[in-house]
Design a binder for this molecule. Structure first.
Ligand SMILES: Cc1ncc(COP(=O)(O)O)c(C=O)c1O
Length: 383
């Protein structure tokens, strides 16, 4: 059975060129970058080249890049490091209502410690209004985190406008760019943010590697201790192959961005047109235009997403859904709740996330499968 992988929002296949670069750091250049001898220096050179590549991809300076174990750790460090540097025991933080759990749960933990957290409202189109964010700002607000592109519905947020407003009110601005980096332009100066998160495995790099951009002069302090690595900002012997893979993937993604984005966008549009025109009771969640090129998020009225995903899986098509069911009761994801999607539509939502590796033929095969499976599930479960 052929496999059609449409879950690139969860992770991507590492690119052969990335793997090739990484392998050298598992074989020949296996040194500890902190060692002063030749073998260590080779590993150090790999880490520093990766830092330059990630910085260049983001329009940042190499010294503003801190390597982490991925997007989740970078989000955590961004928030906790700012709280620490500002010496805060309490205060107000604004995040969007549909942040990734790495941001959301870090902030909910702070709430339990006495901080006040506002979850700023999202529009039905999956886009946050900067005016709404500004209305939530208070004299005690010190940090704001609004993601660049949402991981479920792919909508792109007006981060630049929000960062301008944050700075007008003396607030530090962070954005989680895990889903946008390498897919649409992500430039720290264009966006004007103080802190920004990226992850390697969403851009055809390895899992377990990511980076936090920290603009020079941003109030930020390390929260972990134990070694001088990453200029004492993040201790621990570096994940050299992972970091090298991130650097290679970032360089490749940005170099190929325009070409890949256009190709992936055309595939996406074919899938969207095919579904909306060919399957009654289907709808697209999130703004059709202001979304990352590879994200498609549908609801199929009356079709439980878990049934649809299982049927697609049997045909080798990998997609995803975000509802959670236990003891027969199902809840919608916080993202779909945040955009006000009715529960019935949220529980029938399926995400397809495309990448440069997908083809037109895969889209057409999936369209055919969707028409057949959606029709059959509806016939078998008449409502
Ligand atoms: C928006 C967003 N932020 C953070 C993360 C976490 O990144 P990582 O898997 O590298 O920890 C993800 C992963 O799905 C994500 O989509």
């Amino acid at each position: 059975m052929r496999t059609i992988y449409f879950d690139n929002g969860a992770t991507t296949a590492p690119d052969p060129l990335v793997i090739e670069e990484m392998v050298r750091y598992l074989t020949d250049y296996y040194g500890n970058p902190s060692s002063g001898h030749q073998v260590g220096r080779e590993a150090r050179a790999g880490v520093e080249l990766a830092r330059q590549r990630v910085a260049a991809a983001l329009g940042a300076k190499p010294q503003e890049i801190v390597f982490t174990s991925g997007g989740s750790e970078a989000d955590y460090l961004a928030i906790r490091g700012t709280v620490k540097a500002l010496g805060r025991q309490q205060g107000h933080i604004i995040i969007s209502a549909f942040e990734h759990h790495a941001v959301l749960d870090t902030c909910l933990a702070l709430e339990r410690e006495g901080f006040i957290i506002t979850l700023a409202e999202i529009g039905e189109d999956g886009i946050i209004d900067p005016g709404v964010v500004e209305r939530e700002m208070r004299p005690e607000t010190f940090l704001l985190s609004v993601m660049h592109a949402n991981n479920e519905i792919g909508t792109v947020q007006p981060v630049r406008e929000i960062a301008v407003l944050a700075h007008k009110h003396g607030i530090v601005a962070h954005t989680d760019a895990v889903q946008s980096f390498g897919k649409i332009p992500v430039d720290v100066n264009e966006l004007g943010v103080d802190l920004l998160t990226v992850s390697s495995h969403k851009i055809h790099g390895p899992k377990g590697a990511g980076a936090l951009y920290i603009r020079e002069g941003t109030p930020w302090e390390p929260i972990n201790f134990g070694g001088g690595q990453e200029a004492t900002r993040r201790p621990g012997t570096e994940n050299v192959p992972g970091v090298v893979g991130l650097g290679a993937a970032a360089e490749m993604a940005v170099r190929r961005l325009e070409e890949d984005a256009e190709r992936v966008r055309l595939l996406r549009e074919r899938l969207v047109d095919g579904v909306l025109n060919g399957i009654s009771g289907s709808s697209l969640n999130g703004d059709r235009v202001r979304r990352i090129p590879g994200n498609v998020h549908f609801s199929f009225k009356g079709v439980p997403s878990r049934d649809l995903l299982a049927e697609l899986d049997q045909r080798g098509i990998c997609a995803s859904g975000a509802s959670a069911c236990s003891s027969g009761a199902c809840t919608a994801s916080h993202v779909l709740t945040a955009i006000g999607l009715p529960l019935a539509l949220a529980l029938s939502a399926v995400r397809f996330t495309l990448s440069k590796d997908n083809t037109l033929d895969e889209v057409d095969f999936t369209l055919e499968a969707l028409c057949e499976v959606v029709g059959r599930i509806r016939r078998e479960n008449p409502r």
